[in-house]
Design a protein around this ligand. Structure first.
Ligand code: 26Q
Length: 817
C-alpha cells in the first residue's frame, strides 16, 4: 500500500487546475461560479489525477502478462464517486483544505454530485463493491457494463402513490469522472442471416448482420484504496451508425433494419427497472447482446494487443457473468473463435468452458431468465445455431449419464420444449462455465439441492459458494466517520483494508467509557438522519427512539407488509391495551417498486397512508412514527445505515439469496431482526445468537407448512392481535371516509393465499420485537450487543469475497504496483 497520490499532491497547481476548469470547461468565473460549477470543476481536476493512473495501469506490462478478471454486469450501482475516490487516494484532508482556501466547503460540494444509479439493487451494488475490492487488493480487473442515459427512475410520492420520473444522472454538463475512449469503440451487429461456404471440404459459417450500431466505451476510474492502481469500469454507450450503411442491406432486411436503426440509438437509453423479475422484451435482449458483444470484443482486443495466443485466452482472462444477464457472451465467444478466428468447435468450446464462470443470485422462478427461441433466431441467427449445437452435444452427455431417462433430458435441456420454445439462460450458463456460485452458504446449498441437483451430479465440484460482502471503505469509513475515528483510536487505522481486525474492539464491549462513546456516535448519526427528515419531509423525530430500518427494493418476498402488520399491531395496542408499553420507536422504510409491479406499489401506498395517520395522531405519536423516505439510492443509504438501531431482514426463508444491507447495518452497529435466510444465517454464526433476533420459520419449516397445506385464514382467525391489525387495513382509519382503499394488501394476505407466509410468521415476529424492545430499555446491554455486531462481522468485507473468488474460482494473482 502506498498512497503516493498524497506525496505527488501539489495544492497550488491543483487549485489552479480547478480554476482553469471553472472557466475553460464550465464557462464561468471564480466570482460567479455556484456550488455546482465548483463541484464539477473540482471533479474534473481530480479525475485528471486518476486518468493518469488509469493509463499507467492499462499499460503496465506486469498486468498485461498476468491473469485478469472481466466482471460482466448489466448493472453497476456505484453511487457517488467523489468522496469515495478522495478516501482511496488519501486526499480527503488535502482537498478539504485546498477547497477551503478557495472559499468552498468540500462537504457541501460533495452534495452536488448526483448518484449514478446504474443498477436496481443488490446485484448492481454488489458489482460496485467487488470493483472496489479488486482494485484495493490489486487483482487485475475490468468491469464491463452499460452507459445508460437514464439510470433507475427517480421516485416521489403523490398522495401516497409512487410516481416515477426519468433520471438523467449525467446532467447537461456530463459526469466529471468519466472519460470517453473512442479508440476502443466497437461495431455490433443485429438481425440479418447466416451464410455458408465450404473451404477445403470444411463448412464455414458466417453471420451477415442486417443492422449495425456502434459501442462507445466510457471509463470510470475505480481507485484502489491507498494504492496507485486504477482499474476501469468500462461502460458501453450505443450510438447509431449513419444511415448510408443501409445501402448494403438486402431487401428482406431493409424495413426491419430501418426500423431498427431508429431504435438503435435507444439501446442504452434506459435501465430496465425490474429487480428479481424478468420481462422478455426485445430491447432488453438487444441490451444484453450489445453489452456482451462489445465486452467480448474488447477482451479479445486486449488479449491480442498483449501479444498472447488465442488458445491461451483462459490463461490470461476469466469472465465472470453477474447472473444470466450476459449469458449471450458464451455463444458470442464461440462465434468469434470459430467464424472469425478459424478454430474448430472442439478447440473453441475448450476455451469457452475454461473462461466463463457464472454467479446465480436468485431461486425465484419468475426471475430465471428465458428467451423465446424465435426472438433469438431473428435477432441473432448465428447465435441460435450455436446454442442448438451446444445443447445437442450437452444432451449427448446427459444421455450417457442417464441412459433412457427422457425426463432428465427434458429437465436439463437448454431449450425448453412447448408451444413457444424457450432458451433457458441459466442452463446455458451452467453448461458453458467452469464454475457456478451462489451468494451465501444457504443459498448455494439450495442451488445444489433444488435448482440444479442434476447438474451437481453431472459436474461435481462445479457448483460452489462465495458469500457476498460489502466494501468497508464506503460502508464504514466514508459513511460513518464518527464510528471510524472511534475504532481507529482503539485499534489503529489499518482495519479498512483488513476488516477482521475489528475483532479487537470486542474486548471493549463491556467498557463503560467505550460504550458511552459508541452510543454517542450512534446518537449523532441518528440526529443527522433526523435533521434530513425534518428538512425534507417536515417530520420531527426523537433520537431517543429506536430507529428501526427496512431499506431495500419493494418485493413481496422481502415482506415489507409483514413489517407494516407489526406497525399496525403496535398502533392497535397503544390505542386499545392500557397495560401495553413500548420504547418510543421510529420505523423507517425506503424502497422503490418496479413500475409494473402493482401489488408492490399498493404496499407503498398503504404504508404511506398508515404513516400519515400515525404521525399526526396525538394519542400515539410520542411513541410511534413511520417514515417512508422517498427515492432510495446509495447516497441516502449512506445517511440511513449509520443511524440504524435495528435492521429488518425479514424475507421468507429460502427466498433472499444473500442480502447485503444486512451486512452494512450490522457493521454499523444495528441489531438484526431476521429470518434464517440468505446471509442472515452467517451473520448469526459470526455475532452469536445473543446478539441477533432470529424469528420465524426456517427453510424446512416453510416446506413442511406448504406440504401440509397452508391456509392463512387459520392464522387470521386464531390470533386476535393479527386479526385486529389486519382489519385496520379494511377500515377507513387511514383513508378517512374511504374504507377499503388499502384492501389490495389485505386481500393478498388472505384470498391471495399469502404466498410468502406473512401470517404464519407474524406471532413470532411480534415476539422478537418485544424481546428487542425490552433490551433497548437497558442501554448498556444494548451497547454491548451493538459493539459486538461491529466487532464480529469482518467476514462480510467484500475483500474476503473477492479473495474467495480469486482462490477458489478465478485462480489469479495480485499485481502490486
Ligand atoms: C432480468 C431480465 C430482464 C430485466 C431485468 C432482470 C433483472 C434485473 C435485476 C433480474 C434480477 C435483477 C436483480 C437481482 C438482484 O438484485 N438479486 C439480489 O442479488 C444480491 C447480490 O447477490 C443478493 O444479495 C440478493 O439477495 C438478491 O436478491
Amino acid at each position: 500500500m502506498k498512497p503516493t497520490q498524497q506525496k505527488k499532491f501539489d495544492k497550488a497547481s491543483f487549485q489552479e487546475n480547478v480554476k482553469k476548469h471553472l472557466t475553460a470547461t464550465y464557462a464561468t468565473t471564480v466570482e460567479n461560479a455556484d456550488s455546482r460549477a465548483w463541484y464539477l470543476a473540482m471533479g474534473r481536476a481530480l479525475a485528471e489525477l486518476t486518468t493518469f493512473d488509469l493509463l499507467e495501469t492499462e499499460n503496465d506490462k506486469a498486468i498485461q502478462n498476468a491473469k485478469s478478471v472481466n466482471y460482466l454486469s448489466l448493472e453497476f450501482l456505484i453511487g457517488r464517486l467523489t468522496g469515495n475516490n478522495l478516501i482511496s487516494m488519501g486526499l480527503y484532508a488535502h482537498i478539504t483544505d485546498a477547497m477551503n482556501e478557495l472559499g468552498q466547503s468540500l462537504s457541501d460540494l460533495l452534495e452536488e454530485e448526483r448518484d449514478p444509479s446504474l443498477g436496481n439493487g443488490g446485484l448492481g451494488r454488489l458489482a460496485a463493491c467487488f470493483m472496489d475490492s479488486c482494485a484495493a487488493q490489486e487483482f487485475p480487473t475490468i468491469g464491463y457494463g452499460l452507459h445508460y442515459e437514464y439510470g433507475l427512475f427517480k421516485q416521489s410520492f403523490e398522495q401516497g402513490h409512487q410516481k416515477e420520473a426519468p433520471d438523467a444522472w449525467r446532467g447537461v454538463e456530463g459526469y466529471p469522472w468519466e472519460v470517453a475512449r473512442p479508440e476502443y469503440a466497437q461495431q455490433i451487429g443485429f438481425y440479418g442471416h447466416v451464410e455458408s461456404e465450404f473451404v477445403n471440404g470444411v463448412e464455414k459459417r458466417r453471420w451477415v448482420p442486417g443492422m449495425e450500431v456502434q459501442g462507445m466505451p466510457w471509463d470510470l476510474p475505480i481507485v484502489g484504496y491507498e494504492s496507485d492502481t486504477v482499474y476501469p469500469l468500462r461502460l458501453w454507450e450505443c450510438r447509431a451508425i449513419a444511415p448510408f450503411s443501409l445501402e448494403s442491406f438486402n431487401n428482406g432486411d431493409y424495413f426491419e433494419a430501418q426500423h431498427a436503426l431508429i431504435d438503435s440509438g435507444n439501446i442504452t437509453k434506459v435501465l430496465y427497472p425490474n429487480d428479481n423479475h424478468e420481462k422478455g422484451k426485445t430491447l432488453r435482449l438487444m441490451q444484453q447482446y450489445f453489452h456482451s458483444a462489445a465486452s467480448i470484443a474488447d477482451i479479445l482486443r486486449r488479449h491480442d494487443a498483449a501479444g498472447h495466443k488465442i488458445t491461451d485466452l483462459p490463461k490470461y482472462e476469466t469472465i465472470q457473468l453477474n447472473d444470466t444477464h450476459p449469458t449471450i457472451s458464451i455463444p458470442e465467444l464461440m462465434r468469434i473463435l470459430m467464424d472469425e478466428r478459424g478454430l474448430s468447435w472442439d478447440d473453441a468450446w475448450a476455451i469457452c468452458t475454461k473462461t466463463f464462470a457464472y454467479t446465480n443470485h436468485t431461486l425465484l422462478p419468475e426471475a430465471l431468465e428465458t428467451w423465446s427461441e424465435s426472438l433469438i433466431q431473428r435477432l441473432l441467427p448465428r447465435h441460435m445455431e450455436i446454442i442448438y449445437q451446444i445443447n445437442h452435444l450437452f444432451l449427448k452427455d446427459v444421455r450417457a449419464k442417464w441412459p433412457g431417462d427422457v425426463d432428465k433430458q427434458r429437465k436439463l435441456s437448454i431449450i425448453q420444449e412447448g408451444f413457444h420454445r424457450m432458451v433457458r439462460m441459466a442452463n446455458l450458463c451452467v453448461v458453458g462455465s467452469y464454475a457456478v456460485n451462489g451468494v451465501a452458504a444457504l443459498h448455494s446449498e439450495l442451488v445444489k439441492r433444488d435448482l440444479f441437483p442434476e447438474f451437481n451430479e453431472l459436474y461435481p465440484n462445479k457448483l460452489q459458494n462465495v458469500t457476498n460482502g460489502v466494501t468497508p471503505r464506503r460502508w464504514l469509513k466514508f459513511c460513518n466517520p464518527g464510528l471510524s475515528d472511534l475504532i481507529s483510536e482503539k485499534i489503529g487505522t489499518e482495519w479498512p483494508a483488513d476488516l477482521d481486525q475489528l475483532t479487537q474492539i470486542a474486548k471493549f464491549a463491556d467498557d463503560k467509557a467505550f460504550q458511552k462513546k459508541y452510543m454517542a456516535v450512534k446518537k449523532e448519526n441518528k440526529q443527522r438522519l433526523a435533521d434530513w427528515v425534518q428538512e425534507n419531509m417536515g417530520i420531527e423525530l426523537d433520537t431517543n427512539a429506536i430507529f428501526d430500518v427496512q431499506i431495500k427494493r419493494l418485493h413481496e418476498y422481502k415482506r415489507q407488509h409483514l413489517n407494516l402488520l407489526h406497525i399496525l399491531s403496535l398502533y392497535h395496542r397503544l390505542l386499545n391495551d392500557p397495560t401495553f408499553d413500548m420504547a418510543p420507536r421510529v420505523v423507517f422504510f425506503a424502497a422503490k417498486a418496479a413500475p409494473g409491479y402493482h401489488l408492490a406499489k399498493e404496499i407503498i401506498y398503504a404504508t404511506n397512508k398508515v404513516a400519515e395517520k400515525i404521525n399526526n395522531d396525538k394519542r400515539v405519536n410520542h411513541k410511534l412514527k413511520v417514515v417512508f423516505i422517498p427515492d432510495y439510492r446509495v447516497s441516502m443509504a449512506e445517511i440511513i445505515i449509520p443511524a440504524a438501531d435495528v435492521s429488518e431482514q425479514i424475507s421468507t426463508a429460502g427466498k433472499e439469496a444473500s442480502g447485503t444491507g444486512n451486512m452494512k447495518m450490522a457493521l454499523n452497529g444495528a441489531l438484526t431482526i431476521g429470518t434464517m435466510d440468505g446471509a442472515n444465517v452467517e451473520i448469526r454464526e459470526e455475532v452469536g445468537d445473543d446478539n441477533i433476533y432470529i424469528f420465524g420459520l426456517d427453510v424446512d419449516g416453510v416446506e413442511e407448512l406448504r406440504a401440509s397445506g397452508y391456509n392463512p385464514f387459520d392464522y387470521y382467525n386464531a390470533d386476535h392481535l393479527l386479526k385486529a391489525s389486519m382489519d385496520l387495513l379494511l377500515s377507513d382509519e387511514f383513508t378517512p371516509g374511504e374504507p377499503g382503499k388499502l384492501r389490495a394488501t389485505f386481500d393478498s394476505l388472505l384470498d391471495g393465499g399469502d404466498p410468502y407466509l406473512c401470517l404464519a410468521d407474524f406471532a413470532s415476529y411480534v415476539k422478537a420485537h418485544e424481546d428487542m424492545d425490552a433490551q433497548y430499555r437497558d442501554q448498556e446491554g444494548w451497547a454491548h450487543k451493538a459493539i459486538l455486531n461491529t466487532a464480529l462481522v469482518g467476514k462480510f468485507s467484500s475483500d474476503r469475497s473477492i479473495r474467495d473468488y480469486v482462490n477458489n474460482i478465478w485462480k489469479l494473482e495480485a499485481v502490486k504496483r
